[in-house]
Design a protein around this ligand. Structure first.
Ligand code: SF4
Length: 314
C-alpha cells in the first residue's frame, strides 16, 4: 500500500512548516486539561499497543526511517488513498521528489537513517525498479539497514516475493483494506519472511470484519497488525463525504496536514481491547494522526537535525 495513505516523515522541514507546527503546538497546549479532566474528543497522542512493535515500527517511532516512494500507480483505487492524480512513476523521499536513487541515498546518508519503507502506489507494479532499489540500498547501507515494503498484495506472487527476499528485503506490510481483507498474499509472504505485518486504516463501519480479521491473523501467525486512524486530506475529501464519513470534532488547526474521521479512533481502541483479550500472539499497534504529527514527525525531524549537525562537525 499505501504508505501514501499513511503519514510520512519530513526529511527537511522548511521554515514555513515549522511555523505551522509551532501554531499547532500552542493549540495543543491550550487544549491540555488538568489531570482527571480529560476531554473526550482529545485524541491519543502516544501509540497504543498490545505487544512488541515490528522492527520497521521501532525505527519509525525513533524517527530514524524514511518513506521512499517508487510510484504512485496502483492496482487499486482506495477511497482513503492520499496519492494525487494523475498517478505516475517517480521517486520521492517523505513525499519530496528526488531526481534518482543516488540523490535519495545521499540524502538518507546525510540524515543518518537506519531504515526505509518502500512505498507507492504499489511498488510491485514496478518490480524490476523496486528490486534494483533494494539491492542498491542494501549495498549502500549494509545488512543492518531495515528495509520493508508496502503492498496491497495483488501482485505478491510467490516468485515476486522470493526475488524480493533475495534482493535483501527484510519485511512486508500489507494493506488488506484495499482488497476486502483477504489473507492469501499474507500467507504466501509468511512462508518466506519473518516480518510480515498488516497495516490498515480503521474504517469505523468495518469494525465487525476487523475483529474477525484479528482472529484470522492470529491463527495464521502474523506477528503485527498496525492500525491507523482513518484520515482525509484535500485530495480525497469528496470521497469521504460521499460515504458519509465526517471529520472528528476537534479544532481544525490542531491537525496540520489531514483530518481524522469521527469514530475511527474509538473503533481502533475497541480493536485493541479485543486483541488484548482474544489474540494469543498477534501484537496490535494503533498510531493515531496525533501520534504522527505530535510524536513521529518531530522525532524524525530531530533525528535528521542531529545527524546533519554531526555531519557538519566532522
Ligand atoms: S492500495 Fe489503495 S491506498 Fe494503497 S496506494 Fe493503492 S490505491 Fe492508494
Amino acid at each position: 500500500m499505501a504508505k501514501s495513505c499513511l503519514p510520512g516523515h519530513p526529511l527537511v522541514r522548511p521554515d514555513r512548516d515549522r511555523a505551522r507546527r509551532s501554531a499547532s503546538e500552542l493549540l495543543w497546549q491550550r487544549l491540555a486539561l488538568p489531570a482527571g479532566r480529560a476531554a473526550p474528543d482529545l485524541p491519543s497522542v502516544r501509540p497504543l499497543r498490545t505487544g512488541q512493535p515490528s522492527p520497521g515500527c521501532r525505527n519509525c517511532l525513533r524517527g530514524s526511517s524514511v518513506s521512499l516512494r517508487l510510484t504512485t500507480r496502483c492496482t487499486r483505487d482506495c477511497f482513503f488513498c492520499f496519492n494525487p492524480e494523475p498517478r505516475r512513476d517517480g521517486l520521492s523521499l517523505d513525499a519530496m521528489p528526488v531526481r534518482g536513487l543516488s540523490e535519495a541515498i545521499r540524502r538518507m546518508r546525510l540524515c543518518g537513517l537506519r531504515g526505509a519503507g518502500l512505498s507507492g502506489g504499489d511498488p510491485l507494479l514496478v518490480l524490476e525498479r523496486t528490486l534494483r532499489a533494494i539491492r542498491r540500498l542494501r549495498r549502500a547501507f549494509g545488512p543492518r539497514f531495515y528495509l520493508h515494503l508496502y503492498t496491497n498484495g495483488d501482485l505478491a506472487t510467490e516468485p515476486a516475493l522470493r526475488r524480493l527476499r533475495q534482493a535483501g528485503l527484510n519485511g512486508l506490510r500489507f494493506n488488506l483494506a484495499a482488497g476486502g481483507y483477504r489473507l492469501a498474499a499474507v500467507r504466501r509472504a509468511l512462508a518466506l519472511f519473518q516480518d510480515v505485518s498488516v497495516e490498515i486504516p480503521v474504517i469505523p463501519g468495518d469494525l465487525r470484519r476487523l475483529k474477525a480479521l484479528i482472529l484470522e491473523l492470529d491463527r495464521a501467525g502474523v506477528p503485527n497488525l498496525i492500525l491507523h486512524e482513518l484520515c482525509y486530506a484535500g485530495v480525497n475529501r469528496p470521497r469521504f463525504a460521499a460515504r458519509g464519513l465526517k471529520a472528528k470534532p476537534c479544532p481544525a488547526p490542531v491537525y496540520i496536514s489531514a483530518k481524522p474521521v469521527a469514530g475511527s479512533e474509538a473503533a481502533a481502541r475497541e480493536l485493541l481491547r479485543y486483541a488484548a483479550a482474544r489474540a494469543r500472539r498477534l501484537s496490535v499497534l494503533y498510531c493515531s494522526w496525533a501520534t504522527q504529527e505530535r510524536v513521529i514527525n518531530p522525532r524524525g525531524w530531530r533525528w535528521r537535525q542531529r545527524a546533519l549537525i554531526r555531519g557538519h562537525k566532522t
